[in-house]
Design a protein around this ligand. Structure first.
Ligand SMILES: Nc1ncnc2c1ncn2[C@@H]1O[C@H](COP(=O)(O)OP(=O)(O)O)[C@@H](O)[C@H]1O
Ligand SMILES: Nc1ccn([C@@H]2O[C@H](COP(=O)(O)OP(=O)(O)O)[C@@H](O)[C@H]2O)c(=O)n1
Ligand SMILES: [Mg+2]
Length: 238
């Protein structure tokens, strides 16, 4: 079972960019981030079995995060923790925050970080595994900072699925999972939130040398062939 191993990190203040600021880059801003060459040293791979190995999986709605996480779990034995799934579970079991979460998801808004991070923490603590894929998180600087504060850990690396908006919209409209947010109005709001709030997170991890950018266009298998070497580095060092 995973236990928190480090002390709380200091709170780092952040400012949120406006939607207008980000839109002025004409949607090309993501191109600035290059793919890191992943090495064991960069990934922070340690031989200490008790230290959790954490990968954040980020990208726009419909970029294929969940699909690729399933393949990573199957191939490399990680535990998949999807922030969105945890939140939807709270709605279906009518928990204390269920109706607030439903309202946020319907509006494509971000649920307060303390709620999401607590759910992630519970999943990590109850798992026997110590390798985690945390999917759809962090979506904002607030998410990122709350994770550091509560969990007291940073990700070893961050997988960023980069996908053009038109492709994401097409995929979401044909996802067919009966989700309340997979309709064109909510999709537009989710994309706005993504463009406005996700960039600082990507920039932060890129500057730390932890960002691994994946071109998320192609077949599921083609994309997995870009993902595989990232995790193969971890396997090779075991
Ligand atoms: N490479 C791909 N090409 C076409 N469709 C895809 C691809 N990867 C995933 N999909 C489909 O797109 C939709 C969104 O994928 P999903 O993994 O749920 O994305 P996310 O978790 O990023 O929102 C799903 O219906 C999925 O089956
Ligand atoms: N870190 C997160 C993740 C999801 N969510 C909410 O949950 C919704 C669905 O998230 P998801 O990760 O399942 O969505 P996809 O990117 O997989 O399509 C988001 O649009 C947000 O409303 C959140 O508030 N905070
Ligand atoms: Mg998903």
């Amino acid at each position: 079972m995973w236990r928190r191993v480090t002390s709380l990190s200091p709170f780092i203040s952040s400012s949120k960019p406006s939607i207008r600021n980000q839109a002025s880059y004409g949607g090309k801003i993501w191109e600035l981030f290059t793919t890191e060459i992943l090495t064991p040293a960069k990934a922070g791979i340690s031989s200490d079995e008790k230290t959790p190995f954490i990968t954040f999986v980020v990208g726009g709605p419909g970029s294929g995060k969940g699909t690729q996480c399933a393949k990573i779990v199957e191939t490399f034995g990680f535990t998949h923790i999807s922030a969105g799934e945890l939140l939807r579970r709270e709605i279906s079991c009518n928990s204390e925050h269920g109706s607030m979460i439903l309202d946020s998801i319907r509006e494509g808004k971000i649920v307060p970080s303390e709620v999401t991070v607590k759910l992630i923490e519970k999943e990590m603590e109850s798992s026997k595994n110590n390798k985690f894929l945390i999917d759809g998180f962090p979506r904002t600087e607030e998410n990122r900072i709350a994770f550091e504060r509560v969990i007291g850990a940073e990700p070893n690396f961050v997988l960023f699925f980069h996908c053009p908006e038109e492709e994401m919209v097409k995929r979401l409209l044909s996802r067919n999972e009966g989700r309340v947010d997979d309709n064109i109005d909510t999709i537009k709001k989710r994309l706005e939130v993504f463009t406005a709030l996700h960039l600082p997170v990507i920039k932060y991890y890129s500057e730390k040398g932890k960002l691994y950018k994946i071109n998320a266009v192609g077949t599921v298998d083609e994309i997995f062939e870009q993902v595989r070497p990232v995790f193969a580095v971890c396997e090779a060092t075991k």
